[in-house]
Design a protein around this ligand. Sequence first.
Ligand code: APR
Ligand code: PHB
Length: 394
Amino acid sequence: MRTQVAIIGAGPSGLLLGQLLHQAGIANLVIELRSRAYVLERIRAGVLEEGTMRLLREAGAGQRMDLEGIADEGIVLAFDGERRRIDLPTYAEGQRVLVYGQTELTRDLMQVRDAAGLPTYYEVPDVAIHDATTDHPWLSFTLNGASVRLDCDYIAGCDGFRGISRQSIPPTARREYEKVYPFGWLGLLADTPPVSREIVYAAHERGFALCSMRSLARSRYYLEVPLNETVDNWPDQRFWDELRRRLPEPYASELVTGPALEKSIASLRSFVVEPMQYGRLFLVGDAAHIVPPTGAKGLNLAASDVHYLRSILAKVYHQGRHDLLASYSALALDRIWKAERFSWWMTSMLHRLASDNPFDARIQRAEFDYFTTTEEGRRAIARNYVGLPLRAID
Ligand code: APR
Ligand code: PHB
């Protein structure tokens, strides 16, 4: 088999990249370890920056997002019961974010890929990368029990944090930066009206809480919990009681509860690998970096990598600009590190278990006051929240 760009992984990174490359006239093939149903069962965040929305529309996958997504013009930050709203358009040049679940977005991307008749292979084990530092890279994998060779010009490693792409770069050719936080998020999904139409980030002495939504009839809530917690310790009633205690008024009294559709605990991690290129292999999205979910940047960073890689590949194929290939990593990382900083900062400011030093607790409070009450503080939060600019490639 042969294609121009071989894409490993059918998450948002791989599917969005595949679609945008196709529209630029570049053939690609997507190879995914799991089944389509498995990919669609993963529940993840869903806050889209305007840059991400633009890319999805460009990929032809923006219709349902534009119809069903919930525009969010403000975020509410709370600290021990005190509530401050940051108006995003006021402080971020008219920009806002859209709440639209990643599961739905993945479904839309799968549909446009199918409609365009582009090849995607699901349930493909044993993917391995070969000759990435030569002009003739190739993949091997097992398809319907037979071993297959796929020759290509470039490989996009879109296979998430636990994929094989990053691991296939020799340890001497990469450096990893990591911070693991000593707490997790217990998430609950319920068919109840969200307590607020705007996302609420609440720091509290009992621990952080987050109110989000998937629609006006489906809520998504999270509680900070110690890392050794298990879901079994959290029957629905305990979750709702704890959430109510951590939320400021009027949310605490207005909270509507109901049976959980899903409950799970996620650990929080900051991670970056440098560089994001090894010969003709390019890492994209979670394969190269992880952010804690506090700033809702994971999916948006994946989209920003896709923007840089497809812009570069389009110029390579159509204008012979091979020189640009070497700039991918630095361009992507510039934006990634800024989002890493913002996510780490939001996480550190709002979580109870970020430190057990009372001095640090006072600093968290001072930081909250400074950033939510000053013009420059609000601007910094709003501009980072809606997403820093995506640079054009020339
Ligand atoms: N071979 C093929 N596919 C693989 C392999 C492998 N060896 N290993 C993993 N995969 C697949 C996974 O099954 C998954 O479907 O790669 C895909 C990676 O998708 P994601 O983990 O969703 O990563 P990405 O597409 O970069 O999306 C980033 O997802 O994790 C969230 O917060 C993150 O929202 C962000 C977004
Ligand atoms: C979510 O809706 O799941 C969500 C929203 C905002 C975040 C994290 C997760 O910061």
